[in-house]
Design a protein around this ligand. Structure first.
Ligand code: ZN
Length: 197
């Protein structure tokens, strides 16, 4: 009985301490962190996805769910970084795609497919691509938006920060989308939990 009580006490302590540890880790990264209004989409595993930059002292300028100038909720997070900074794959990917919207929308965007399509990560407003990726998406038979089956590993350099598309300063617009297996559609989810790793 005493042992059971001690175990319960330990669990209570762990639960009470955990949020403080998470905040501490975020603080160490010098991220500007404001809680978003809706945390119900926090389904991303921080062990699967990681922050897409080596430099963790990068700041967030716009959060998931905040209203954009178009009056629609922001579907990702904007990470401020100097033009040309290396963007890293947030998780292992089975395949990737590329779309160039010119001066509109997300500009040059790279999309990685993870866990057999269960998730996608989006890296927008890029001004450069990894040479190997660039070679593949520059082939005449490549159709924008279709996926090329080539492995990319978490932490691989995939592209460079820019300000292509609708953009008023160099930053990475970063999104994670989850597949709804019933409808087959992808929905943007809050990437916030990965900021703590
Ligand atoms: Zn954005």
């Amino acid at each position: 009985m005493v042992r059971l009580f001690l175990v319960l006490l330990l669990i209570c302590f762990s639960v009470a301490l955990f949020p403080q540890q998470a905040l501490q880790k975020v603080a160490n990264h010098n991220l500007i962190y404001v809680d978003d209004p809706d945390s119900s989409n926090d389904v991303i595993s921080a062990t699967t996805f990681t922050f897409p930059f080596k430099d963790k002292t990068i700041r967030l300028s716009f959060l998931f769910g905040q209203l954009t100038s178009l009056g629609t909720p922001h579907e990702g997070i904007d990470i401020q970084a100097p033009a040309g900074a290396q963007v890293l794959a947030s998780a292992d990917a089975d395949s990737y795609s590329f779309v160039d919207n010119g001066a509109k929308s997300y500009g040059k965007q790279l999309i990685l497919s993870h866990s057999n399509g269960a998730y996608r990560s989006v890296y927008a407003h890029l001004n450069g691509l990894n040479d190997k990726i660039f070679t593949e998406v520059s082939k005449p038979d490549f159709k924008p938006g279709t996926f090329i089956k080539k492995k990319i590993y978490k932490g691989d350099y995939i592209g460079n920060v820019g300000c292509t598309g609708l953009c008023d300063g160099a930053h990475l617009h970063f999104e994670i989308r989850a597949l709804d297996s019933k409808s087959g559609a992808y929905t943007a989810v809050n990437p916030k939990p990965l900021l703590s790793n």
